[in-house]
Design a protein around this ligand. Structure first.
Ligand SMILES: [Cu+2]
Length: 136
């Protein structure tokens, strides 16, 4: 009888350890999924910029002007719930140097700037959204 009890006890302990391992693995996976959603960017498109007003406080792209060394990358992250774009030039006068296309919410777009100069960009969907990358 004692033997049977100790065998059952051992089995219960093994099952508990296995459940513990499964649960801890699940927690780790959940954490890494959450980290994937948080994409760090150099420039963000914050919420509510799909309506005019952000240009008055210079917060359509944050920051709206960024200065980098040539050869460096810039990453934009759309933190809004609407589509946005990063398109070279000005609204109505795109320069066709770069164009992210419509960026989904939380999508990011990375570009490498090799040439020195000032690169204006805008959002094709919201004419008031303007920014500048200055490459030195
Ligand atoms: Cu936009």
């Amino acid at each position: 009888m004692l033997k049977i009890l100790s065998i059952i006890g051992t089995i219960v302990v093994i099952i508990l350890v296995i459940i513990g391992l499964i649960l801890s693995n699940t927690t780790v996976e959940t954490n890494s999924e959450e980290q994937k959603l948080v994409v760090k960017g150099d420039i963000i498109m914050p919420t509510k910029v799909s309506r005019p007003g952000c240009e008055e406080i210079d917060r359509c792209y944050i920051p709206s002007v960024i200065v980098i060394d040539s050869g460096k990358q810039v990453t934009w992250v759309n933190q809004d719930s609407a589509f946005h774009s990063v398109t070279s030039g000005f609204y109505g006068e795109p320069t066709e140097l770069f164009d992210s296309g419509h960026m989904d919410p939380f999508e990011s777009y990375t570009l490498t700037f090799d040439d020195v100069g000032t690169f204006d960009y805008f959002c094709t969907l919201h004419p008031w959204m303007k920014g500048q990358v200055i490459v030195e």
